[in-house]
Design a protein around this ligand. Structure first.
Ligand code: HEC
Length: 207
């Protein structure tokens, strides 16, 4: 066997072992995961997102929320995300079966958002926070997403989802700040983030 053949076999084996380890074995381990159906209630987990929330996921991707927020909770023996108030249990592969692509994230400049829909279901809160995060957290370094909102003249009655902004962010009198379709979709997506149910491989803690 000359040196070129040995080199070629070496490259080939390296490629095959990477392919087996990263594609084929995981495919057999988790590629066939199905939703978990609760026989008593008929509910299926993970919860299926509405069309609006699905569109909001695209806005989340486009706005780069992923660069500062994770959506993955670690097991208690590795790091205690639970006592940070981010969720009752670790996340597992089944939590992500409807996500394409999966938005795990690696940076935690801001809090993990795996269960933000449960932690903060209030739409007004989410809109105002997106409009100007510093209204709630003075030292927040999250960027304001004011371009996801429109300022418009109040015609007749004030819109039901107009933002109740405090001074100095409140619009001039006679005007209102309302979410655009992108902001509505994004908040529907944030509200859909809830993994606080039990799965067989990730039960809820007993306490
Ligand atoms: C530059 C980093 C950065 C980016 C980009 C960013 N955030 Fe944040 N986010 C933060 C920080 C820091 C906080 C904590 C302070 C605060 O509440 O504003 C936070 C807080 C939050 C919270 C409140 C979490 C809680 O537990 O109270 C939500 C919801 C949120 N961000 C959503 C988003 C969304 C949606 C986007 C994209 C449109 C986004 N963030 C983009 C840094 C970021």
């Amino acid at each position: 066997m000359n040196k070129m053949t040995t080199l070629f076999i070496g490259f080939f084996l390296t490629f095959v072992s990477g392919w087996l380890g990263l594609v084929i074995i995981p495919y057999f381990q988790i590629g066939q995961l199905k939703p978990q159906v609760n026989e008593d209630t008929g509910e299926s987990y993970p919860l299926v997102r509405s069309g609006l929330a699905e569109r909001g996921k695209v806005v989340y991707e486009a706005e780069g929320c992923l660069y500062c927020h994770t959506q993955q909770l670690r097991p208690i023996d590795v790091d205690d995300d639970h006592s940070r108030g981010w969720g009752p249990r670790r996340t597992v592969a089944r939590d992500y079966i409807y996500d394409k692509p999966v938005l795990l994230g690696t940076m935690r400049t801001g809090p993990d958002l795996t269960n933000i829909g449960k932690r903060q279901p209030n739409e007004q809160w989410q809109y105002i926070h997106l409009y100007q995060p510093q209204i709630y957290t003075k030292e927040s370094i999250m960027p304001p997403y004011q371009y996801l909102f429109t300022v418009r003249k109040i015609e007749g009655a004030r819109s039901p989802d107009a933002l109740d902004l405090p001074a100095p962010y409140a619009p001039a009198s006679g005007y209102e700040v309302v979410p655009t379709d992108d902001a509505r979709a994004l908040v529907a997506y944030l509200k859909s983030l809830d993994h606080t149910y039990a799965l067989p491989e990730a039960p809820l803690p007993k306490d």
